[in-house]
Design a protein around this ligand. Sequence first.
Ligand code: MRU
Length: 373
Amino acid sequence: MNVNGKHYETIWLKPGNKKEAEIIDQRFLPFEFKIVNLKNCDDVFFAIRDMQVRGAPLIGAAAAMGIYLALCEYSNADTLDDYINRKAAFLKSARPTAINLGYAVELVLGEINKVQGLEQKTEIALKTVVKIIDKERQNSLDIGHHGLPLIERISAMKNEEPVNILTHCNAGWLACIDYGTATAPIYLAHNHGIKVHVWVDETRPRNQGAWLTAWELQQHGIPCTIITDNAGGHLMQHGMVDLVIVGCDRASINGDAANKIGTYLKALAAHDNNIPFYVALPSSSIDWNITDGLKEIPIEERNEEEIKYVQGIVNGKTENMLITSPESKVANYGFDVTPARLITALITEKGICKPEKNSILELFPEKIEMTIK
Ligand code: MRU
């Protein structure tokens, strides 16, 4: 997508040096557009853990890049297999909820295990990273095409008045490679001349909505309004939301969906007000091994500082400000699980399905074997 009129994706190999990668450091948006280098596997671990890169599909692509960079820096200290397994476990430990991380790491490991020797393994790792990036870009675009008719229909019903869409967190292109998941149908609708307006939940404590989603929508001229995390229910009660579209970090095969903390409350409010609630996700965010999202999806707990301090710009400089008493006890749950019964449908790269096992597997029959324990 475009930044000041120039096309960017979220991760790429450094021009002129294929042994390093580059990313947009999302910690500084929307105040500063900073591109940083990832020189090695440790840099990738830090980038994921500290949320320089974030969002399930991008975390996956970055972790795959981490394995490739680990191979580039290998120096015979360990046997190659031990070394790679250690690096893979290290990368997987960066964040627990998004399944894309483990999925992408395993995909690269599977491919490099098919060949012998450092040179061949490095070559195939890079090819796999490129494949993952290409696939995620295409997944987002396909999600956009499948979700577009949902917005078109509402627009027609409203005689082309703006369609009001509420979203939570950032499931935009910054969370993926391009287009986003929840935002892909919105971008396509806008490109097709459909009038849309997006209610953007600010998404405390890291403000992915206020800082990232609003910024990326604005870059593309899509009207949007930032609201507090608690405003959605009120807007829904007053007919100001036509549909909700959110992303997903991990879905179980019965259709429960983990997403940024607060998503579940939006689903409850949407259900109470008869407003369609869609979860947009690529199949790389489905955990084919779990049947009960509430019990089985690990929920990340992040550090206290994210809640105790807010970051902002003071006199042109980034400052952190304490907003609680220093001794207050806080709990920082990163995600929650929306049960399938509150989800109208899943929008995937292969089409729209009900949030239930049979419907999901109708779209992805090749995964049936993986779901049998
Ligand atoms: O903690 P984050 O910013 O990585 O959480 C991201 C989200 O919850 C997104 O909504 C989700 O990953 C879907 S991204 C397409």
